[in-house]
Design a binder for this molecule. Structure first.
Ligand code: ATP
Length: 200
């Protein structure tokens, strides 16, 4: 079984960007957000449960109505918890199935909600990607063509960034001063040697 590394961080911190650098080094990466989007479309059991709990019109044909779902869960913490209880077990299983097919010395799971979803428990190490808030806001606004208020609103729904970084084993700083590549290379070497060490 490969060593399992989680990558997490706040909105716009650069998780996906960092994960893509690891991919360039031939490290297999599981993107949790893309996987959950796929599961919403293809996992019949999940689709059925979603319709049972949130109404048939939560889907237009096989397409999840994200705007409607967001409006339902973001104003009601119990509905958000219900949604998480439906989705997280499916994504955890999907990630496990993916993992079992991997033969590389180590693999990466990139997930914004690594801690919140509980999947951190399956990781051997966690990397936090850190960028200062003003940069994260600017990058997310540019990428999503959205407003400052909308990005700040999304940020407020996640665990505090400082706390998240304290929970990580390693931090990659993705600001305008430090280069990402040497930081990734240092960790790559570390994970390759850790993967060769005998594990319990
Ligand atoms: P989210 O959780 O919101 O999906 P993320 O943490 O995965 O975000 P990315 O999508 O990797 O963040 O980065 C956000 C935006 O900032 C992207 O458009 C990306 O190209 C850009 N970006 C990331 N890192 C850098 C950097 N070092 N220099 C310039 N632009 C960057």
């Amino acid at each position: 079984m490969p060593l399992k590394i989680g990558i997490t961080g706040g909105i716009g911190s650069g998780k996906t960007t960092v994960a893509k650098v690891f991919e360039l080094l031939n490290v297999p990466v599981y993107y949790a957000d893309a996987a959950s989007k796929r599961l919403y479309k293809t996992d019949k059991e999940l689709m059925q449960k979603m319709k049972a709990h949130f109404g048939d019109d939560i889907y237009n044909e096989d397409e999840l109505n994200r705007t409607k779902l967001a409006s339902l869960v973001f104003t009601d913490p119990q509905k958000l918890e219900l949604l998480n209880s439906l989705v997280h077990p499916r994504t955890i299983k999907d990630a496990l199935d993916w993992l079992q097919a991997q033969t590389a010395p180590y693999v990466i799971k990139e997930a914004a909600l690594l801690f919140e979803s509980g999947s951190v428990a399956e990781m051997d190490f966690v990397i936090g990607v850190y960028a200062p808030q003003h940069l994260r806001i600017k990058r997310a606004m540019d990428r999503d063509k959205t407003t400052r208020d909308e990005v700040i609103n999304r940020m407020m729904r996640q665990i505090d960034e400082g706390l998240k970084m304290k929970l990580c084993d390693f931090v990659i700083t993705n600001n305008e001063q430090e280069l990402v590549l040497p930081q990734v290379l240092r960790l790559h070497e570390k994970f390759l040697s850790a993967a060769l060490e005998p594990r319990a």
